[in-house]
Write a protein that binds this ligand. Structure first.
Ligand code: EPZ
Length: 428
């Protein structure tokens, strides 16, 4: 186990380059199963969730070879058995995408019930509803979901709730189904558009991705291509908030500013300067941060994956800010750790009331999930004194080389070995 040791109070200065989008890459890597020829993916983030996706493909017999640090060659034609190893599948949420792609190609799929960040109950009923709409059936067999079908027929899929994963799985299961599939109440996140662009580049016929109605006409074959994954909206937002929280001046490169609009708007409301260029944003904050109220929404609203980071910044704005995040049952687990650093936050269900005092003190804290870990790192960068963030394996699921990138911005952050004692603390 490892932890980060951060000496805070230093404004971040300099340039940072954003990596490929985790939540696009996990879907697109799984979607290579649908490709009838080899393909090459560029701008693949070097993070542990992607490493697991590649391990899953290799375990099924696919060829996955590095070309460069962030470019990989995939040939999935040699996959024979549509079954994901149990322990790999249960280690992350994105393993559900192998249900959609294996079902889409083999009309058969065995994938363990997914794991992933503990944000409360995270069922997959909408994913299964989509598969059944296409003519599939499923059983739960010893912790594994077994989906199967004689054939997949295009149909109308209406999601009861806004679901990113459900929309992604419905697209992947229907891209080779017979006939027309119409997905209603589809999620609109940038990573859904990126997946559709990847599949269309291979010869799929997907229209409307990025809107709440997506139409997919099934095709026979998908040809090999080389495709570059979009920059990570949430990684970029995390560095934007870190720059603001430390009162720094940071150029964030390799971004799509349109994907960051809700984050930019909120930062400006808090008195932060954000300049948008074609492929970069410049974030600077010198004066006091202002309070604001925040409600997370599906895209293009303020993303739930940015809530812990932004809430942490608001503890540094003197006054009261109210945060509502009802996309998940419980995305405030990090609050108890921020209280160790002097934050005054009360949580009632999906609402948090922050009484910002303008400062935090360094303390030993423990990450409970990926974005909570990012939030605690931001807290440590802004706090007076030394902060130790443990359980950084959560952070490495979704942030490529975060310590090196922060060191490049002048942060005093070191990676050190940590005794494995925290599971006891976190299970209290
Ligand atoms: C994706 O999770 C992301 N993960 C999450 O990012 C992100 O927070 C979330 O979308 C929302 O944007 C990946 O892309 C790998 P949902 P997903 O289906 O697909 C409920 C991160 O930090 N729901 O949109 O699981 C669900 O419980 C991670 O990068 C059902 O009830 O999110 C949740 O309350 C964390 N039934 C809500 O819908 C279903 O069948 C939204 O979930 C599916 C979802």
């Amino acid at each position: 186990m490892e932890k980060f040791v951060i000496r805070g109070g230093k404004p971040l200065h300099g340039e940072v380059t954003i990596s490929g989008a985790k939540n696009a890459a996990v879907a697109i890597v799984a979607a290579t199963i649908l490709c009838d020829e080899p393909c090459v993916l560029e701008n693949v983030p070097d993070i542990s969730d992607i490493a697991i996706c590649m391990k899953i493909l290799r375990s099924m017999g696919a060829v996955v070879n590095p070309v460069t640090k962030n470019t990989y060659y995939f040939d999935t034609r040699s996959i024979r058995e549509p079954k994901v190893p149990y322990e790999l599948a249960r280690s992350m949420r994105a393993s559900t995408y192998f249900l959609g792609t294996l079902l889409g190609r083999f009309h058969d799929a065995y994938v363990a019930m997914p794991g992933g960040c503990d944000l409360g109950d995270r069922p997959i009923d909408q994913h299964l509803k989509a598969f059944c709409s296409l003519g599939a059936q499923y059983e739960l067999e010893n912790g594994e979901v077994h989906c199967y079908a004689d054939g997949l027929i295009g149909s109308q899929i209406y999601f009861d709730i806004n679901t990113v994963g459900g929309t992604i799985n419905a697209i992947m299961a229907s891209v080779k189904a017979k006939g027309l599939t119409i997905i209603e109440n589809a999620a609109k996140e940038p990573h859904i558009v990126d997946l559709a662009n990847f599949l269309n580049s291979m010869g799929a016929d997907i229209r409307g991705a990025g809107t709440d109605v997506i139409k997919i006409r099934g095709v026979e074959r998908l040809k090999g291509i080389t495709y570059g994954i979009i920059p990570d909206q949430i990684e970029a937002g995390t560095y934007m908030v870190a720059a603001a929280a430390t009162r720094g001046h940071v150029v964030i490169k390799n971004v799509i500013p349109k994907h960051l609009e809700s984050i930019t708007a909120k930062l400006r409301k808090c008195g932060v300067t954000v300049i948008e260029n074609d492929e970069s944003v410049i974030v600077s904050a010198s004066g006091d941060l202002l309070t604001t109220n925040l409600k997370t929404m599906p895209h293009p609203g303020f993303p739930t994956d940015m809530q812990p980071q932004f809430s942490t910044m608001l503890t540094l704005a003197e006054g009261t800010s109210i945060i509502t995040d009802d996309i998940f049952d419980n995305r405030f687990k990090y609050v108890s750790e921020l209280r160790r650093m002097g934050a005054d936050i009360s949580v009632d269900g999906t609402v948090a009331v922050i009484r910002g005092k303008g400062m935090l003190q360094g303390a030993p804290v423990v990450a409970s999930d990926l974005r909570a870990g990012a939030a605690l790192i931001i807290a440590g960068l802004a706090a007076e004194g030394v902060t130790e963030v443990d359980n950084i394996h959560f952070v490495e699921r979704g942030y490529e080389c975060i310590d090196k990138k922060l060191q490049g911005l002048g942060a005093d952050i070191k990676r050190v070995a940590a005794p494995d004692t925290n599971h006891m603390r976190m299970s209290g």
